[in-house]
Design a protein around this ligand. Structure first.
Ligand code: CP
Ligand code: NVA
Length: 305
């Protein structure tokens, strides 16, 4: 049965991920596909954290599919004065046809989903960033590397993006290496989710606390900020992560044709140098563009039933 929501990539089967990746490609190359899909529909974007890509790609995508967007700053809703999530969800679902939420706790998007009959889409929580990773899988497919021989390394802080990458790769049966300081390695709960999925697909993960070993022969190196939204900026964390910076020297240990990905926004000269981000191995702008196409594919999937 198809889920009405996208709260994490756990909600999507491997077949659906594969379908969405290919649909995103068709949409990218035939810009006006599905242009009336959301005609007469209003989708809300309820954001409690900053956003450039997620907000704008959803806004543009919903418009291109004929829908109407209502941006809701969480600070201005009665929710921020104590109205419950459950009551807010019940009311919003009577006005809207869908809601993209960016917030802190994963339980918040789950409570919205339980108390409304409209699709709820996770636009990033502290635990997950499923729309980002769906789009990233499309980018990896587009560059011809989404297959079981891929050597993929995520390097840096374990966070919402690496958690969603773990789920995505476990679903597709593709191995993933994570290079992180021991203290900032993936939590047991997300590795348990990976292991459960991997029983069906055979995917393996490898957590290495040595950045050079982690990127050895990698086809793709992916990184993200060291201090995510909502994290406290700590000198101790930054100093532990410093040797995990994606820089020209680190790339010499990877495959000659390695591609570098970053979900953005980047903290230039911290987790990645400008030299790498603006250099020939970087595919970050293609990656950012693909958010639009992948988001449209997700909307087509959720609304064409
Ligand atoms: N990658 C991403 O989600 O970017 P924004 O925070 O700008 O939405
Ligand atoms: N891990 C980052 C991703 C931003 C898109 C954060 O949560 O801030």
């Amino acid at each position: 049965m198809q889920n009405k929501d996208l709260l994490s990539l756990k909600d999507l089967s491997s077949e659906t991920i594969d379908y969405l990746v290919k649909l995103a490609s068709r949409i990218k190359h035939g810009k006006f596909l599905y242009k009336d899909l959301l005609e007469g529909k209003s989708l809300g974007l309820l954001f409690s954290k900053h956003s450039t890509r997620t907000r704008l790609s959803f806004e543009a995508g919903i418009n291109q599919l004929g829908g109407n967007v209502i941006y809701l700053d969480a600070q201005n809703l009665q929710l921020s004065r104590g109205e419950t999530v459950e009551d807010t969800a019940r009311v919003l679902s009577r006005y809207l046809d869908g809601l993209v939420i960016r917030t802190y706790e994963q339980s918040m998007v789950e409570r919205f989903a339980e108390n409304s009959d409209i699709p709820i889409i996770n636009g990033l929580t502290d635990d997950y960033h499923p729309c980002q990773v769906l789009s990233d899988l499309f980018t990896i497919f587009e560059i011809g590397l989404l297959n079981k021989d891929l050597k993929f390394t995520y390097i840096g802080d374990s966070n919402n993006v690496s958690n969603s990458l773990l789920i995505g790769f476990s679903k597709l049966g593709v191995d993933i290496t994570l290079g992180c300081p021991e203290k900032y390695s993936p939590a047991e709960w997300i590795l348990d989710i990976f292991k459960r999925q991997a029983k069906k697909t055979g995917a393996k993960f490898n957590v290495l606390n040595d950045p050079i070993k982690a990127v050895k022969d990698a086809d793709i190196i992916y990184t993200d900020v060291w201090i995510s939204m909502g994290d406290t900026n700590s000198e101790e964390k930054i100093s532990k992560l410093r040797e995990f910076q994606v820089n020209k020297k680190l790339l010499t240990y990877a495959s000659d044709n390695v591609k570098v990905m970053h979900c953005l926004p980047a903290h230039r000269e911290q987790e990645i140098t400008s030299e790498v981000m603006d250099g020939k191995h970087s595919i970050v702008w293609q990656q950012a563009e693909n958010r639009l196409h992948a988001q449209k594919a997700l909307l087509v999937y959720l609304y064409s039933r």
